[in-house]
Ligand binder design. Structure first.
Ligand SMILES: Nc1ncnc2c1ncn2[C@@H]1O[C@H](COP(=O)(O)OP(=O)(O)OP(=O)(O)O)[C@@H](O)[C@H]1O
Length: 290
């Protein structure tokens, strides 16, 4: 299984939302990191064949997905960032409805829905109306609908938003389990979502794919840029003004700042082992997700 992107771009007016992306995805989980507006959703929509590239080609096993039509949708599962639900449908009814849109046989759908409800821990709530579900429950229904047709390519856009930590772990394990013979692309702001399960991490910035590598290699690249610095309260603002400061840890013996910097930020600074949050901070200025 190979999903290939060749010089894929998407332009809205004079905005290049996705800029000449070329890459290949095979079985496994790919974590997709990027700041807000970096083009992740736009790229995922093209991979889900919801929108067409302005230029470039996306192919599955050598065949242009725009020529595959229904055959591509048959092997695709997609959980968009914002999914429209029918408030008056029960969970089960909603899944039956999506199953019929996806062309599943009634009996096959019934079995699959029961299995998926179990998997996302919603069997007990199958009669509850969609309008009455919590954010996390809705998200789990979204995940179930994306898996209805047992997709070979699964694209999920920020699927863990609104899930509590326990649900997030359950979801992460579920993806890891199903990814052995499928391509799973998962976008997130929350680095811990992909820390353990991603075979590779793709980093997108201003529409361009700037990195694609294993988490270990990406962390190795920045090993000399992550520092721990002893500081006093009074010094914190000046470090923050000059450097990317991650965690600030207060200890009995003083304050420890985690700093991302190519040059040594202070004489007492020492290099420390890198984690994925450092990677996020290195590439993006904004705050690291929860
Ligand atoms: N339909 C559209 N029309 C015009 N501009 C768009 C459209 N869709 C996206 N954009 C712009 O393209 C850029 C990339 O947006 P996109 O939603 O793909 O980013 P993202 O990385 O998914 O961000 P987020 O994490 O906030 O969803 C943004 O500047 C956005 O404003």
């Amino acid at each position: 299984m190979k999903l290939k992107l060749e010089n894929v771009s998407k332009v809205f007016g004079d905005k290049k939302a996705v800029d000449n992306v070329t890459t290949e995805l095979t079985s496994g989980v790919y974590g997709f990191l990027g700041a807000n507006g970096s083009g992740k959703t736009t790229l995922m929509r093209m991979l889900a064949a919801v929108s067409m590239p302005t230029s470039g080609v996306i192919s599955l096993n050598g065949e242009d997905i725009s020529d595959m039509g229904a055959r591509y949708r048959d092997v695709l599962g997609y959980l968009p960032q914002h999914i429209g639900f029918y408030k008056s449908f029960s969970v089960e009814k909603f899944l039956q409805y999506i199953a019929s849109l996806k062309g599943l046989e009634k009996r096959e759908a019934k079995e699959r829905i029961a299995e998926l409800l179990e998997m996302v821990n919603l069997s007990e709530s199958k009669k509850v109306k969609m309008g009455k579900l919590s954010g996390g429950m809705k998200q789990r229904v979204g995940i179930a609908q994306a898996l209805l047709n047992d997709p070979k390519v699964l694209i999920v856009d920020e699927p863990t938003a609104g899930l509590d930590p326990k649900e997030r772990i359950r979801f992460r394990n579920l993806l890891a389990e199903i990814a052995s013979d499928r391509i799973v692309l998962l976008s997130t702001h929350i680095v811990s979502d992909i820390e353990y399960i991603a075979k590779e991490i793709l980093i997108m910035k201003d529409g361009r794919l700037i990195q694609k590598d294993t988490p270990q290699n990406l962390m190795k690249h920045i090993a000399s840029n992550v520092w721990s610095v002893d500081a006093s309260d009074a010094e914190i603002p000046s470090y923050q003004a000059s450097y990317k400061v991650g965690n600030i840890t207060r200890r009995a013996e003083g304050i420890d700042l985690r700093i991302i910097s190519e040059k040594k930020p202070a004489p007492q600074a020492v290099n420390v082992p890198v984690n994925l949050e450092d990677l996020y901070l290195y590439y993006f200025d904004e705050e690291v997700g929860a």
